[in-house]
Every structure is written in C-alpha cells, then in structure tokens.
Design a binder for this molecule. Structure first.
Ligand SMILES: Cc1cc2nc3c(=O)[nH]c(=O)nc-3n(C[C@H](O)[C@H](O)[C@H](O)COP(=O)(O)O)c2cc1C
Length: 195
C-alpha cells in the first residue's frame, strides 16, 4: 500500500487478538517515535511494554487506582477494566519524562509525546498490527504513575492497547477535511466545523 493510503486507512480498534508485534518488527515500530517533532531534542516519550503475566499485575494496579480515586466505583466498571487490561495482547504504557524546569514549555514536551505515539499507531497499522490509545482517570493518578516508574514531575499520557485487529475490525467513517481548513486572509478565520 502506498504511504499516503496507509495514513488514510488507519483506525483505532480494541478488537485485538494475538499476536502483538515482537522482535525486530516491534523495535522498528517503536523506532518511529524517534522521528517525532521534538523541540529541544528532549525525547520525552517513554514506553513500558506490558505482556504475559505482567498484564494481570497491571490490571490489578489499575483497579486499585480506580478504587482509590472513587471508593464507590461501580463493580461493572472494575470488571470491564480488569478484563481489558489483563487480556489485550500487549499494553504499552505511555510515559512522559517531563522537565518543568527546562526552557521548552511542558505543553511542547507533552505534544512531542503525542506526536511520537501517533507515529507508533501509524507504524502498527503499516505493519499489519493495530491498536488504540486509551486513558481514563487512572492515567492521571500520580500514585499509579509513580508505581509504574513515572514519579512526579513525570506523568502518563495513557496506554496503547496493541495486537492484531480482528478480521472484521473497522473504524468510524471519516468526515471530509474541508470544515477544518480555512484560508487566513487577514481577518479571524472561521471553520465550517464550528458553524
Ligand atoms: C490522549 C487520548 C486519550 C484517549 N482515551 C480514550 C479512552 O480512554 N477511551 C476511548 O474509547 N478512546 C480514547 N481515545 C480515543 C481513541 O484513541 C481513538 O482515537 C478513537 O476511538 C477514534 O478512533 P480513530 O483513531 O480511528 O479515529 C483517546 C485518544 C487520545 C489521543
């Protein structure tokens, strides 16, 4: 498939089965992060790969965080998260190694992490794998982040669930981009998407 067609056909899915990428293919996929735009060459992205038995351990820590954040959390919500985190072929914890004291604003550091994650999602698609970026309150729980190895000021940007998309996996239909593009001619721009 041509490169542009690949970008235009990527979609997120959590309908994932084994296998997840491994070995040199996984290394190539993750290496696309090193091509992300990155002001100051801070390389703030960090990837903690969770596979095999470690998935249940992660799922249990996710549940502990959910209960800490909301002691009245619904059992059904706990069950769903436990099941997802313990059964996805691979979870990549998206860490952000942030440097608030640096002259590069933290927002730009976080944007670089997002750009790198997008490269990884595109690379997964290009190699026949797939994934979805998820977050939830747990991703913003500093205690949970510290348990995983990202103590403040470092943070999490969420998780990538990764694997092979089921044969019938498909993404949402896409709108044309027209409404999100405008020519600036000296007056404030207005977009079709916002009217
Ligand atoms: C930072 C971030 C966090 C996200 N968190 C969730 C989430 O917790 N649950 C969810 O269903 N989608 C979440 N999404 C959206 C999905 O990753 C995905 O983009 C969405 O389902 C649309 O699919 P598409 O990528 O094929 O357009 C998140 C996206 C981003 C960028």
């Amino acid at each position: 498939m041509a490169s542009l067609d690949l970008l235009l056909s990527r979609f997120s899915t959590d309908a994932l089965v084994e296998p997840a990428p491994a070995g040199g293919v996984l290394e190539s996929i993750l290496s696309t992060a090193m091509r992300a735009p990155d002001h100051g060459k801070l390389r703030p992205w960090r990837y903690a790969i969770v596979q095999g038995d470690a998935r249940l351990e992660l799922a249990q820590r996710v549940v502990a965080s959910m209960k800490r954040l909301d002691p009245d959390v619904a059992p059904a919500k706990i069950e769903k998260r436990l099941s997802r985190f313990s059964t996805m072929p691979m979870t990549i914890v998206l860490g952000m190694h942030l440097r608030p004291e640096h002259k590069i604003p933290v927002l730009e550091q976080e944007l670089a992490v997002g750009a790198a994650a997008m490269n990884v999602l595109n690379a997964l698609h290009a190699t026949g794998f797939g994934g979805v970026w998820v977050s939830g309150d747990v991703a913003y729980d500093p205690e949970f982040a510290a348990e995983l190895g990202f103590p403040a000021p470092h943070k999490l940007a969420g998780f990538l669930f990764v694997g092979t998309p089921k044969a019938d996996a498909a993404g949402p239909t896409r709108r044309p981009v027209d409404g999100y593009v405008a020519q600036w001619t000296g007056k404030p721009v207005q977009f079709g998407a916002d009217t």
